[in-house]
Write a protein that binds this ligand. Structure first.
Ligand code: PXL
Length: 272
């Protein structure tokens, strides 16, 4: 049997523990051959920094994809994160449709924002395109901010929703066409934070103790560990629980003065 080959598409933030600098080591730790398609190269991630550089790689993508097609390369899984432009979503859709093996798995983390706000560089038009793109996914991994923008609904923050709201939100997100939804940042009680999973039939929850910190890049750490676990054979609930535990371990390994990202490297030995 050929070993699994995965393609992850997201930016390189040269400094800042997020996107590809997080995804590659985590996916490698699962023993997966990981190919990359950088969507953009930034000097740092956009949150908490000013004056960062941004090289949009949209125009490079068609030639890269053409080369892969000529080489007859195929991928068993796709995992997309921070995408640099609307045009890229079109190119990436084509890659997913043409370069997957039979039964290839697609995980889309619709990275766009957090805490009720879009990250710099994104707008509602991009969110509408991202919503269409989500129809290609086996699993989407939005947080509450991304869920709101995908559905063109108001953002509802922790403490202001209950289980029936989350149930409705999961079902509306599934209406975008993804087979499974894993909603992150769910909390019904101040002491617990976790994920809600909807597989088209049932809803499952997985909670950890609430840690009163907000650290950058945890969404990418979660998505990378989730994808690594799922592509390695875990089911969606197992993969989500493993990824949530890994985020908690990474946060615990991070000193409070650390300015960006989490020290996932310190927890990497425990990720499987
Ligand atoms: O962690 C998400 C992310 C990824 N890539 C870039 C970002 C962010 C969040 O701010 O700025 C460039």
């Amino acid at each position: 049997m050929r070993e699994k080959r995965l393609l992850t598409i997201q930016d390189i933030s040269c400094v800042g523990q997020c996107s590809l600098t997080v995804a590659l080591p985590i996916l490698s730790a699962f023993g997966l051959e990981t190919a990359i398609l950088p969507s953009a190269v930034l000097s740092t991630h956009t949150g908490g920094f000013t004056g960062y550089t941004f090289r949009d790689l949209t125009d490079d993508i068609p030639a890269i994809a053409e080369h892969w097609k000529k080489e007859n390369l195929k991928f068993d899984a796709f995992y997309t994160g921070y995408v640099g432009s609307k045009k890229q979503l079109e190119y990436i859709s084509d890659i997913i449709k043409t370069l997957g093996t039979d039964n290839a798995v697609t995980v889309i983390d619709p990275v766009m924002g957090d805490n009720g706000k879009l990250y710099t560089g994104f707008d509602e038009e991009f969110a509408a395109e991202m919503a269409k793109f989500c129809s290609l996914a086996d699993v989407i991994l939005p947080n509450f901010t991304e869920a709101a923008y995908l559905l063109k609904e108001p953002y509802v923050q922790i403490g202001e929703y209950d289980e029936s709201y989350v149930e409705g939100l999961l079902k509306r997100l599934a209406g975008l066409g993804a087979k499974n939804v894993v909603l992150t940042g769910v909390s019904f009680d101040k002491s617990k934070l976790g994920v809600a999973i909807y597989d088209g039939k049932n809803i499952y929850y997985d909670f950890n103790d609430y840690l009163p910190v907000s650290m950058h890049g945890t969404g990418d750490v979660f998505a990378s560990a989730f994808t690594g676990a799922m592509v390695s054979g875990k089911n969606i609930q197992e993969a989500a629980a493993l990824a949530a535990d890994f985020v908690v371990d990474s946060i615990k390994a991070t000193e409070s003065t650390h300015k960006y990202g989490v020290r996932f490297e310190k927890a990497l030995h425990s990720v499987k």
